[in-house]
Design a protein around this ligand. Sequence first.
Ligand SMILES: NC(=O)c1ccc[n+]([C@@H]2O[C@H](COP(=O)([O-])OP(=O)(O)OC[C@H]3O[C@@H](n4cnc5c(N)ncnc54)[C@H](OP(=O)(O)O)[C@@H]3O)[C@@H](O)[C@H]2O)c1
Length: 252
Amino acid sequence: MRLDGTVALVTGASSGIGEAAAVALAHQGAAVAVVARRRERLEDLAARIGKDGGRVLVIEADVTDEAQARAAVERTASELGRIDTLVNNAGVMLLGPAQDAPVAEWQRMVEVNVLGLLYCAHAALPHLIRAADDGPRYVADMVNISSVAGRIARSGSGVYNLTKHGVGAFSEALRQEVTKKHVRISLVEPGAVETELAGHNRPEVLEGIRSTFGDIERMQPEDIADAIAYVVTRPRHVAINEVLIRPTEQER
Ligand SMILES: NC(=O)c1ccc[n+]([C@@H]2O[C@H](COP(=O)([O-])OP(=O)(O)OC[C@H]3O[C@@H](n4cnc5c(N)ncnc54)[C@H](OP(=O)(O)O)[C@@H]3O)[C@@H](O)[C@H]2O)c1
């Protein structure tokens, strides 16, 4: 298995893309730390991975709290021994026009999608640099989950667009800073995936999302996990910087 002897940390692993990514990385031989707020969901996932012979560490944490984010990273390094892969996946998408939007929704998106990702990236970076230096693969990976919304702004999606464009900008700058150290920073930008993400929206917004995307056949979390696993299993000299991945029927 390609990730034998390595350790991966996945944020937002209690559902959707993060959950599927944890399974996919464990399947490739990585020991996996699974991080989110819903402990029961993480325990359930850990039991499934464990049954298949994988090694899992459950960490209940809110990544918007810098101390909790840092503690999750440090616990992973101390209990699993190292960190070769960070999948910065935890995110929220609260849509709707800017006018009269509840500002608390904007704060939540900035806190989770931007600050949470930055806290985890900052804490994990020294571990990734060390992992790239001392094997077993002599390369380490940070995969930041953005979105098509990180490429194209859309009416009714302004602040989500802002957070995901920000993730793209930060990822490219960081990539240039650490690529000579063999730490690869990759951006994965999914289109519509069938997960719990949209379900946190206000009912009137949810209706709008449904009519925008209609009844196209959405991707499954496993489709994105597959892309993440591909990115992190490339040979040391190959860096997949960016993956834009849409359902075939999604136009924009
Ligand atoms: N689904 C799509 O169509 C789509 C498209 C493009 C990009 N994405 C991106 O993919 C990522 C994963 O989303 P998903 O679609 O898989 O949605 P999801 O099923 O709702 O998963 C979101 C995950 O983020 C975690 N999370 C939220 N707030 C958190 C916090 N404060 N601290 C720690 N974890 C937190 C949630 O866990 P807890 O609630 O247990 O904490 C959950 O595990 C997001 O960044 C999203 O923007 C999704």
